[in-house]
Design a binder for this molecule. Structure first.
Ligand code: A2R
Length: 324
């Protein structure tokens, strides 16, 4: 017998798609189906599995009176109203740790591509310009002597910092709290961090508290040699301010894996050759996505079999399912 009726938001990773039907009765909706969700089905749903395709907001939660758990695919859960879930006694889980090293690898690759213009250099070769025009121009920036400022020195931020140390970079960070167990230089304001470094690595979560905090003032503080890398959430950067800063030389360049309105990327950014743009691939390997998928499944099975989720988020630190 199925453990529960579960609502799957959008298409999930292959492992999740294969495993969930073994244990649960699956119902699938997309963003456009929320308004017309059948109330009888809404009553039966006790779990959600999903990524960012469909927001788990007041509207959806209002249609699921017996919901117990939201198992989010991804460490970032800004598409889930976790505070409201907490108020309603609904558990939210995410997929921390299992993707940190992969995202950190991507972050370092993106930083190197951006600093040394590797994407543009490859386009130069593929377009036959090495033969017709000669070598790719020397890059204005070098990773040598660069100082890295990490916005969000959490699990992924620390994995990035360890790698950057091996590249000889001096490391600074900003978050809401100073961390006594790290040797990196703390700045209690983001502008202060930007003033002290020339390479800003954004790896903070999305949501209201970080919306647009990398703004015109921060970009100006980073300065004309400044490079911004974002592997956290697109919403953390004020995108129009970033476009302007790149256009007028306030900063040198940017490497972005995440955007404010994915999959839409501003045409101004696509038109710029001095930025590197990736389609949100930070954790996107089979290995890591399967680890994330397994954690989604484990959270749901833990909840319904043992009454205990594996990785609840901070807003819903429940340890046990209420039985009965
Ligand atoms: O603020 P702190 O000291 O709690 O540090 C956290 C920082 N952070 C912030 N920094 C500045 N202003 C804020 N409003 C703010 N909110 C959070 O972000 C912490 O150091 C870091 C998040 O670390 P973790 O919770 O360990 O997350 P993890 O696994 O590193 O993933 C970070 C994000 C995800 O949320 C996705 O958006 C993306 O990377 O994949």
């Amino acid at each position: 017998m199925a453990l529960a009726d579960i609502l799957v938001l959008g298409r999930m990773n292959a492992l999740v798609e294969e495993e969930l039907p073994k244990h649960f009765t699956i119902h699938r909706i997309g963003r456009e189906d929320v308004a017309s969700l059948d109330p009888a089905l809404g009553e039966r749903i006790t779990a959600i599995a999903g990524g960012a395709h469909v927001p788990v907001d007041a509207e959806l939660l209002g249609k699921l009176p017996n919901l117990e758990i939201v198992a989010n695919f991804g460490v970032g859960y800004d598409s889930v109203d976790a505070r409201l879930c907490g108020e309603k006694g609904i558990c939210v889980t995410n997929t921390p740790e299992v993707l940190s090293e992969e995202v950190a690898d991507t972050a370092l690759g993106l930083m190197l591509m951006t600093v040394r213009e590797l994407g543009a250099a490859e386009r130069h070769l593929r377009a036959g310009k090495w033969v017709s025009e000669g070598p790719y121009p020397l890059t204005r920036a070098s990773l040598q002597n660069r100082t890295l400022g990490i916005l969000g020195l959490g699990r992924i931020g620390k994995a990035i910092a360890r790698r950057a140390e091996a590249f000889g970079m001096d490391i600074h960070y900003h978050g809401r709290t100073r961390q006594d167990d790290v040797a990196y230089t703390y700045h209690d304001t983001l502008t202060g961090l930007a003033e002290a470094v020339d390479t800003l690595m954004v790896v903070a979560p999305g949501g209201a508290s970080t919306k647009g905090i990398v703004n015109a003032e921060v970009l100006s503080a980073l300065g004309p040699e400044g490079i911004v890398i974002n592997v956290g959430r697109g919403t953390v950067i004020d995108e129009p301010a970033l476009v302007k800063a790149l256009q007028d030389g306030t900063i040198l360049s940017a490497g972005l894996d995440v955007f404010e309105k994915e999959p839409q990327v501003p045409a101004e950014l696509i038109a710029m050759d001095n930025v590197v743009l990736l389609p949100h691939v930070g954790s996107a390997s089979h290995l890591t996505r399967n680890r994330m998928g397994q954690l989604v499944v484990d959270n749901l099975l833990g909840w319904f079999n043992d009454g205990r989720p594996v990785t609840p988020v901070a807003e819903t630190p429940f340890t046990r399912r209420k039985q009965g």
